[in-house]
Write a new protein. Structure first.
Length: 310
């Protein structure tokens, strides 16, 4: 059956949108084109047309699809093959965020966007600055949260006095990378701390920049050895607000042989995933949100999206 809907907007031609019920595909024709078949059923809205709200069923279908992914051998094999070859080819180094290299897989960036939008942190703490792209990403997401808060409060376009911000930590912030971040339009939302992330003095500096009522998210992406990541988890995970996340990157190292990561001090048995297992065995306030990496398929943080549940 063909269903046709004619809508007049008050300007320009009447647009007819036609859907064949068996296919669910819509087409559009302007007034004066070939008439619809007399067998079709036509509805004229001349205002607006209301369709059934299918959002809940859409979300349910997505969840079911992810369940299918877990048991889809060919899909899992293809994802593993791509991860192996793309890690070897340094695929994640090819992308920028608002002008600066982000050095992340696009799928992981999408996951972070979903997490930030849903949990709405006030402060994001990142260990590992590299070339600054991830700081800019986090700052841009927090700026969007401030913008939407202002819109909802009826203050569209009015700057928020107490803005959200990012705190980035790195052992060695090279001058050209610091300059790139400090001259970026979002620099006002970013604080950089140079030093070892596991140094108590650095941790104290970070703590001083957070107020007790602020919601906090943490991203760990500095040195990927077991000992270093365990220390970071012990120090920074407690800063995460219940309901928010601690994202531990490069847990993927545990999935592949050392040859995939030549010349590095981390390897199978000595990496962020082994650190996550160690940490979770001692801290019941966090659990792995497996639904994130299960739907991504391509991620360097499988098992590394830790949600604080208590």
């Amino acid at each position: 059956m063909v269903v046709a809907i004619s809508c007049a907007s008050g300007r320009g031609p009447i647009i007819r949108r036609t859907r064949r019920a068996s296919s669910g595909c819509w087409t559009r024709r302007e007034r004066g084109s070939r008439p619809f078949s007399p067998k079709s059923t036509e509805f004229c809205c001349y205002g607006h047309f209301t369709m059934k709200d299918d959002r809940e069923s859409f979300i349910a279908e997505r969840a079911a699809r992810v369940e299918d992914y877990r048991d889809d051998g060919p899909l899992q094999e293809a994802a593993e093959g791509f991860m192996r070859e793309s890690l070897r080819a340094r695929y994640s180094y090819q992308f920028d965020w608002l002008g600066l290299p982000i050095i992340q897989y696009p799928q992981d960036v999408f996951a972070l966007q979903e997490i930030i939008w849903t949990t709405r942190p006030d402060v994001i703490i990142e260990t590992g600055i590299a070339r600054g792209g991830s700081l800019i990403f986090s700052a841009s997401m927090l700026a969007l949260l401030d913008l939407t808060d202002a819109e909802r409060a009826g203050h569209a376009g009015v700057p928020v006095a107490d803005r959200r911000r990012v705190v980035g930590i790195d052992l060695d912030i090279r001058a050209h990378n610091r300059q790139a971040v400090e001259t970026h339009p979002l620099a006002g939302r970013i604080e950089m701390v140079e030093g070892d992330s596991t140094d108590p003095a650095v941790l104290d500096e970070v703590r001083r920049s957070i107020r007790s009522e602020q919601r906090v998210m943490v991203c760990l992406d500095s040195s990927h050895t077991h000992d270093h990541v365990v220390k970071e988890l012990d120090l920074y995970a407690p800063l995460v607000t219940p309901g928010c996340y601690c994202a531990v990157f490069d847990t993927v190292i545990e999935e592949f042989e050392t040859a995939v990561f030549p010349g590095r001090p981390w390897s199978q048995g000595n990496n962020p995933m082994t650190a996550v297992r160690d940490f979770l065995a001692r801290d019941s306030r966090f659990e792995i949100d497996a639904s994130i990496s299960d739907k991504l398929l391509l991620t360097v943080a499988r098992g590394g999206f830790l949600k604080r549940v208590a």
